[in-house]
Design a protein around this ligand. Sequence first.
Ligand SMILES: [Zn+2]
Length: 326
Amino acid sequence: MPELPEVEVVRRGLASWVRGRTITGAEVLDPRSVRRHAPGPADLIGNLEGAVVADVVRRGKFLWLPLLESAPAHSGAADDVVPSFALMAHLGMSGQLLMEDSALPDEKHLKVRFTLSPARDSSGTEMPDELRFVDQRIFGGMFLTDLVPTPDGAPGGLSETGLPLVAAEAAHIARDPLDPAFSFDEFYRRLRLRRTGIKRALLDQGLISGVGNIYADESLWAARMHFARPTDTMRRADALRLVEAAREVMTRALAAGGTSFDSLYVNVNGASGYFSRSLNAYGREGLPCPRCEELGLHTLIRRDSFMNRSSYSCPVCQPRPRNGRW
Ligand SMILES: [Zn+2]
């Protein structure tokens, strides 16, 4: 399943390919991939044809394309036109967004095809004319959603234009640690109101978005914090250290092109997002803790069952609290 850094890699790639281009046609090859668009595939296609991709925005793992209903009448007036709706793209477990030339054969699991107006990149090379949504397991999908103003007036998420609009479907989720408008004060205030363990809080998209199981474990390891630490008594400095650790771990993963466990995951230009990861805790049960090892200690990473999944931690660096909440 793609985590936040992978989705950000997709967002950046996609933005460079599709921004400013007109969707000249759309084809739904499998209606299951647009099942969340209630009015049906024909309505989706009808609304997309002729629409212009104004931007590519991400908040947490939510990704959407704000759309203009049609190309602005005057080329110079593009900045004055505000997008009114968006195409939401849910990658699910195995969804891929591929830029391809229409001459290339369809992928086996091609679900939705978008044809784009011709465009050239900065070197003058013609860009591929199709955006394809390929999904093997059909947990992902696409649908149209309204854009609504952000309550704080800040950009809706990471984007190229910074418009203060958010997809209605993503308005309920909190900002993620890579979002410049993320408010630590707000996060800490709300964290203290919870009576839960810190990892549960980290995975709560309403409190902080985009932190999945892998990055939760890696952030907690980096911050030397046990996953069961109670949130209601957490000191401000500890919470800050954890958020900064999350930001750092994700920024590093982003620089490396994202990290994904799913070999099905392919980023927007078709290159695999999989890379040799440098994980310190996640998935390393029984292997030495790298930080302890540097100190000459031979401590093994342990695995605990947690929310039907696993939590990986170092018993020395991340001591279990007496009053922990699992
Ligand atoms: Zn350790």
